[in-house]
Structure formats: C-alpha cells, structure tokens
Design a protein around this ligand. Structure first.
Ligand SMILES: NC(=O)C1=CN([C@@H]2O[C@H](COP(=O)(O)OP(=O)(O)OC[C@H]3O[C@@H](n4cnc5c(N)ncnc54)[C@H](OP(=O)(O)O)[C@@H]3O)[C@@H](O)[C@H]2O)C=CC1
Ligand SMILES: O=C1OC[C@@H](O)[C@H](O)[C@H]1O
Length: 403
C-alpha cells in the first residue's frame, strides 16, 4: 500500500504578484504533475499592511481550511503551526525577512534574487546551518523537468564538451519620452527596492550559464572570472542594460549573460518563438537551444554538428495544469499550474529527508552567483542604499514591517 504523502505547512510572507502565483501553484493537486510523495498546506499568510489584506489574499487564492491572516511578518514567523516561510517581498527585503524567519526557527524558501549581495547570502547560510534549518533560493527554473533533462544531457556528453553558453532575458519597456514602463517608485527601477535588470532578470541569464557551465562541472567547481558592463537608467540610477562575460578558464568555457529593459529577447507575441532561442548551449558535438521566456521554458531543440534541416530534435515540456482549479481568464481558464510547484516539492522533500539545502541549487552555488552579481555591480559602479546592503540583521528594521 502506498504511504501517505509528507505534508508541509506553509506560511506566505507578503501578498504581492508572485506570492499569489506561488500559493496557487502549491494549492494544485500534486497528482496532476505525477507527484505522490509530498503535499502542501497553506496555513497562514501575512501582509505588512494589514490583516485584512492577508485575509483578502487567502480568499483570492482559495486556500482551503481555516488559514490564519496576519497583519505583520513577525506574527507569521512566530506561528507554531508554520513549518516553512515563503519570502515573497522585493529583493531589498529578502535578507531581513529571511533572517526574521530563521531566527524564529522556521525553514525558508526565499524568492530570487536571494539577497542584495553575497555577504547577506553568507550570513543567511551561516544562520540556517547553525539553527539546523532548511534554506533555499527560489530559482524555480532549476526544478523544471526541462532543466533537469538538459543538465543530464550535458553531463552524459550528449552534445560533447560544452565550451560556450549565450543567455539573455530582456524585457523591452522603452517609452518615446525616454522613460521605462514603470513608475520610478516601482520595484523594477527603484534603488530602494534593489531595482534594475540585473537582480530581477539577469539572475535568470546567469542561472542558465551556471546550471550548464558551473553546476555540471565535477566538484570542486571552478568559479568564473567576470568582465561586465552596466548602463544605468538616468531617472533612478538602476541598471537598465547589463552584460556579463563569465570566464571558466580551467574548464575551457565561457558564458555570456545579458539582460536589458530597453529591448526584448522576444519582441513578438509571447511564446511564438519567432525570435529564435534565448539560450544557446554550444558543445563540440552539437548545440541545445532553449526558447524563452527562460524563467519558464517549455521547449528546446538539439542540433547535432552537421545536422540536416529536418534532423533537429524538438523537445517539449508543457507545464501540467490542475483542471479542477480553473481560473477566471486566459491561461488560468485551463486550470492552475505555473511551474512553481516543482521548487516547492523540492523544499518539502529536503525537509522530509532532513536536508538543510537543495543539491540542485546549493548554498555554495547561490553564493557564487551572488558574488558574480557583486563583481558585476562593482565593475559597473552600481550600489544600493546602506539600509538594504547591510549584512547586519535587525529585527526592528523597517524592512521587517511593524511589530
Ligand atoms: N519567481 C518568479 O517568477 C518571480 C519572482 N519574483 C520575485 O518576487 C519578489 C516580489 O516580486 P513581486 O511579487 O512581483 O512584487 P510585488 O510588488 O507584486 O509584491 C511585493 C510584496 O512585498 C510586500 N512589500 C513589503 N514592503 C514592500 C515595499 N516597500 N514595496 C513593495 N512591496 C513591499 C508587499 O506585500 P504586503 O503588503 O502584503 O506585505 C508587496 O505586495 C521579488 O524579489 C521578485 O524578484 C517576482 C516575479 C516573478
Ligand atoms: O522572476 C521574474 O520572472 C518574471 C518576470 O516577469 C519578473 O519581473 C521577474 O521578477
């Protein structure tokens, strides 16, 4: 007889866009993605603005049972019924919010970019280790079956020795008057919220370079040397164009990771693929081309060296939908399922198995990626305010909201 799935109880910290998408995903029936060993329960949510907002959020996501609605993050992290906190605030807040949760003895899944800088990431890792708690950066793309298959193909030599990877994630938001398509206060361009292309979108370009050229190396892995350039948005000083060359000299490979909020990787209608691949993984025996958006890819192709026109392997990995949970319009009408459930399944399995970190995105790898972003910012002259750069934990920080 099959054993009961391991159930994990989530507390959702913040009620914005991604908090809603993630929470709906973990409320889908795991069997719709053929998962039978873990399940997710949403027991509470908190908003820094009010308990009423948290209540509204829980209603919007149709959380079953009687989940609790809190008007402060502190109340949430102190709820004894919560096992793990999902941190869904802007990047500026991740360090203080994740520390708040770890200090309260909770496991943490923290949205990308993990922190503002590597020093903050190191402090979180030390705290998780000392307190014997699970901690993971929520780079959901890594847990897609598509990503797993591509990493397996690389490791098994399916495209020979990989020497070069190009990766881009860019959203064209340029307006006639020179402004970008967000108000200056928006988290995408506001330095107080660690805004800019690098930490929001560039992390995905780096994810593809890292999961192919770094993660697939045998251990100990070679960290890259970095050459980078940044153009800033004149209105706020946030980075609007960032390009990074990652040199793995001993490993004989290079990655080129780019991000931009003036022009798009795919200017055409979403998912049409007219623009061609957004990631190219180039090996001595062939190339893997991944079609965007690269944070949520569903399609790639393999072109072997010398392939004829019709001799291309096309691979599709559609995202499973829970048809019992149809939404109101558009994609949601087909049922819920965005692809964020796989990272949640990983968190649940790690906690079930007593693991403090995920092999798929280890603490060490998250820190090397943060160091790469630090070096990029240093070369491009990009700093954020001290309140969000500090690696000193302050439970009373305004970033942790009210008591
Ligand atoms: N994995 C993915 O695909 C995605 C990840 N993200 C990541 O998730 C994080 C949040 O992004 P997103 O949900 O789009 O952002 P939103 O602005 O939609 O939501 C952020 C939430 O954080 C809380 N918050 C607390 N303080 C502030 C503040 N000073 N300004 C703004 N919000 C504040 C608010 O919730 P409350 O009032 O309830 O406290 C707010 O609703 C970012 O780090 C981003 O990188 C974003 C989009 C996609
Ligand atoms: O993580 C993300 O992926 C999707 C984007 O729309 C969003 O800005 C970013 O935060």
């Amino acid at each position: 007889m099959a054993s009961k799935p391991f159930a994990i109880r989530w507390g959702i910290l913040a009620t914005g866009g991604i908090a809603q998408t993630f929470t709906k995903d973990i409320l889908t029936n795991p069997t719709t993605r053929d998962v039978h060993d873990v399940q997710h329960i949403v027991v509470a949510a908190a908003s820094s603005s009010s308990a009423a907002r948290a209540s509204e959020f829980l209603k919007d996501v149709q959380a079953p049972g009687t989940p609790k609605a809190y008007g402060s993050y502190k109340e949430l992290v102190n709820d004894p019924d919560v096992d793990i906190i999902y941190v869904a605030t802007p990047h500026s807040h991740h360090f203080q919010n994740a520390m708040l949760a770890l200090e309260a003895g909770k496991h943490v899944l923290c949205e990308k970019a993990l922190t503002v800088n590597a020093a903050q990431a190191r402090k979180l890792v030390e705290t998780a280790q000392a307190k014997n708690l699970f901690f993971m950066e929520a780079v959901w793309t890594r847990y897609f079956p598509l990503s797993i298959k591509i990493r397996e193909t690389i490791i098994s030599g399916g495209i020979g020795k990989v020497h070069r990877v190009f990766s881009d994630l860019s959203f064209g938001q340029s307006r006639e008057d020179g402004s970008l398509g967000w108000p200056d206060s928006h988290r995408m361009v506001n330095l107080d919220l660690a805004g800019g292309a690098l930490l929001d979108l560039g992390i995905y370009s780096l994810t593809w370079v890292f999961q192919t050229l770094y993660h697939c190396q045998p251990k100990p892995r070679e960290a890259p040397k970095v050459v980078a350039a940044i153009n800033k948005y004149p209105r706020t000083g946030a980075d609007e164009m960032t390009s990074i060359i990652l040199q793995f000299e001993k490993n004989q490979s290079m990655g080129i990771a780019t991000t931009n909020i003036r022009v798009s990787t795919q200017p055409e209608e979403a998912d049409s693929g007219i623009s061609g691949p957004a990631v190219r993984i180039q090996g001595t025996k062939g190339e893997i081309q991944v079609f965007g958006p690269i944070f949520r890819p569903t399609r790639y192709r393999v072109i072997k060296v010398g392939a004829k026109k019709d001799d291309v392997e096309e691979v599709e990995f559609p995202i499973p939908k829970d048809k019992e949970r149809p939404g109101r319009a558009g994609e949601e009408a087909q049922g819920w399922g965005h692809g964020m459930f796989w990272e949640a399944d990983e968190a649940a399995r790690c906690i079930r198995d007593g693991k403090l970190e995920s092999e798929t995105l280890s603490w060490e790898e998250s820190i090397v990626i943060m160091e790469t972003m630090d070096e990029t910012r240093q070369q491009g002259g990009l700093t954020y305010p001290e309140l969000i750069e500090t690696a000193e934990y302050d439970p009373k920080s305004p970033l942790n909201g009210k008591a």
